[in-house]
Design a protein around this ligand. Structure first.
Ligand code: FES
Length: 271
């Protein structure tokens, strides 16, 4: 017996009307997948460049979110990284850029995100590209097979992302420390906005909503979790907005630090 997941779907399915046209939609249904494809491709391209560049990621007191935390002693030895605080966990033998290993977790979090899944399934795989527009494949298997079965790991990436949020929030706090005295530069504000957007993106996550409010039968017996769930539920409808805003802004934050660290621009100080 053929499972529901592997039956032919869409306009070619048995019992469906035989419509010759690919779609009857006359609006610009392609605008959303095209825009999504362009933005995601731009981010992937920039993030790949930033991850392998391995330079210009620290301009005291600002560190790029792509390179925090710095894991090896090599962190402070490349151009545009002098004085960067590092953990030294990998000693001096670590030759891959810190960003390559660090990005595994934030990228894993985003790749498995429910919202991004819809976005890149539609724009990259055309599966389907839009409502009432059939996908090019004859069969639909959903997320029932490898590798898409692995999307369930999202909830674990969520916890990893929280660790990075704490680190980047601390980086934002350090962004006000100008050699022992408190100050505010444009970079300080940039790091704060970046941290806030990352928190909004993470806290509005569906896995977060389940973590704080799932698996309980009586909210009345868990008032703290009920308050947390209510708060997360208010953020949740805007998850897609936070996803885009935080994605674009984290790249802009890296770009800002990169331009300051490489001497292309100076960081204006408010005081
Ligand atoms: S659903 Fe998007 S980050 Fe969890």
């Amino acid at each position: 017996m053929t499972s529901t997941a592997t039956k032919p779907s869409g306009v070619r399915a048995r019992g469906r009307a035989a419509i010759g046209a690919r779609t009857l939609r006359t609006d610009r249904w392609w605008a959303y997948p095209l825009t999504t494809f362009t933005v995601l491709a731009s981010f992937v391209g920039y993030a790949t460049y930033a991850a392998i560049a391995n330079r210009d990621y620290f301009a005291a007191p600002y560190i790029s979110p792509f390179y925090s935390p710095c894991l090896s002693f090599h962190c402070g030895t490349v151009p545009g990284s002098h004085g960067v605080p590092h953990l030294g966990w990998f000693g001096t033998w670590w030759i891959i850029t810190p960003a390559v290993i660090i990005l595994i977790f934030p990228l894993g979090f985003r790749l498995t995100c429910y919202y991004y899944r819809k976005a890149y399934y539609r724009s990259w795989w055309l599966s389907p590209p839009a409502c009432a527009v059939p996908e090019p494949r004859r069969r639909y298997t959903g997320e029932t097979r490898f590798p898409l079965l692995g999307q369930n790991i999202h909830r674990y990436f969520f916890y990893a992302a929280l660790v990075f949020n704490v680190i980047l929030t601390w980086d934002a706090v350090l962004g006000f420390d100008f050699g022992g005295h408190i100050g505010v530069g444009v970079g300080s504000v940039v790091l704060v906005i970046n941290a806030v957007l990352l928190w909004l993106y993470s806290l509005s996550c569906h896995a977060c909503r389940h973590a704080v409010g799932g698996r309980i039968n009586h909210f009345s017996k868990h008032p703290v979790r009920y308050k947390a769930w209510t708060f997360v539920s208010r953020l949740n409808p805007y998850h897609g907005n936070f996803a885009w805003a935080s994605l674009i802004f984290v790249a802009l934050t890296d770009l800002y630090v990169r331009l300051v660290a490489s001497g292309v621009i100076h960081d204006p100080r408010v005081f």
